[in-house]
Design a protein around this ligand. Structure first.
Ligand SMILES: [Zn+2]
Length: 357
């Protein structure tokens, strides 16, 4: 499978988005479990976790030099926050290969920024660049970043896909600071900053069809079901034996398989307000590979399994797409990021607001 096909407008994994009405059915009590999913830090190396792990040291250094922090840029939370399901494939889904090649060739620290609640457009791109520049200069007054925009593959995508901007010609500390905070709100303008070299996240799928109540016990039950079917699916073990660059360096190949299965974590989300509303189960597994193409194959491998159980038949469904942060494990109404209410009104940003400031 060539990289080009992976980053073309191949929407086979997410074209069948949930109907808009589903958003109304999602219980507001559902929350991204990202903060509760634990990872062995040693096997992750990039933005979300490394950023989080470095944030403490950045914070510590900031005490001696507060230049990176102002009233508008408080230190990042100590708790790591993730945008689950936003992998390299999803981040650059609408970016043309030619643009991606140019971005890859750019030297120095690189950060990708996307605006909360923004969508793909061919209008007002320059205004978006100006807003990002204004916000960055408010954070780092002495910076002079290059802000690159993409020529979208399609300007008429009615799904909350990412419309990314490349930020480079910035220093390493500034780059780390942007990424470690992840979600920024400057003068009512909210954006997300992630590493250009984005690692694979652990979210693999949302299972529907398992008729269990929303409870920790149900989560454990689904974990057992998922582990059993992964173990019984020969191609899963074969895949892990072949691709395990993201796992600890076990000497026995089979340990890679066992380790991966041991990291299965499940969190249920009730799809409605009634006590007996159906429950969907988000499944998280530490990805065996960090290679973008192989990770996509891994996701499709796991999503392609039918999880037969005594409580129903679990099937992967592309249920969630957060329009705010573009995560795939929660709905927009359950987004954990503190987005300014002014912008949290839909997918259309009121750019006139910014013109007034
Ligand atoms: Zn979100």
């Amino acid at each position: 499978m060539c990289a080009r096909s992976l980053f073309s407008e191949d929407n086979s994994d997410g074209a069948s988005t949930a109907p808009d009405t589903l958003e109304l059915l999602i219980s507001p009590v559902s929350r991204s479990p990202s903060a509760r999913v634990s990872y062995p830090e040693s096997i992750f190396s990039s933005d979300d976790l490394a950023g989080a792990s470095t944030s403490a040291s950045i914070f510590a250094s900031a005490r001696s030099s507060t230049s990176l922090y102002t009233n508008v840029t408080p230190p990042p939370d100590a708790t790591p926050r993730l945008i689950q399901g936003l992998n390299r494939h999803e981040l650059f889904e609408v970016v043309r290969q030619e643009t991606l090649h140019e971005w890859e060739a750019a030297l120095g620290p690189k950060v990708v920024i996307f605006i909360a609640n923004d969508t793909v457009t061919n209008r007002d791109i320059h205004l978006r660049v100006s807003l990002i520049r204004r916000a960055l200069l408010k954070i780092f007054p002495d910076a002079d970043p290059i802000i690159g925009s993409a020529e979208p593959i399609s300007a008429c995508i009615n799904r909350p896909v990412v419309f990314p901007f490349l930020i480079h010609r910035i220093s390493e500390p500034y780059s780390r600071r942007l990424i470690s905070q992840l979600c920024w709100t400057i003068d009512g303008f909210t954006f997300f900053a992630v590493d250009f070299v984005r690692p694979a996240t652990s979210f693999v799928m949302t299972l529907t069809g398992l008729h269990l109540p929303s409870s920790p016990e149900s989560n454990r039950t689904v974990e057992t079901v998922v582990r059993r079917w992964l173990r019984d699916t020969q191609s899963v073990a074969s895949f892990i034996r072949q691709y395990h660059d993201n796992l600890p360096g076990f000497t026995i190949t089979e340990d890679h398989v066992e380790f991966t299965l041991s990291t299965v974590e499940v969190t249920g989300t009730r799809l409605g307000f009634e006590a007996d509303s159906p429950v969907a189960f988000n499944v998280y597994i530490i990805p065996p590979t960090n290679d973008a193409a192989h990770h996509l194959a891994w996701m499709r491998e796991v999503q392609g399994i039918t999880y037969f159980a005594d409580c129903g038949t679990g099937k992967a469904a592309p249920l969630f797409r957060c329009s705010t942060c573009k995560a795939r494990d929660h709905s927009s109404t359950s987004c954990p990021f503190p987005v300014n209410q002014l912008l949290d009104v839909g997918t259309n940003i009121d750019f006139n607001y910014f013109r007034m400031h």
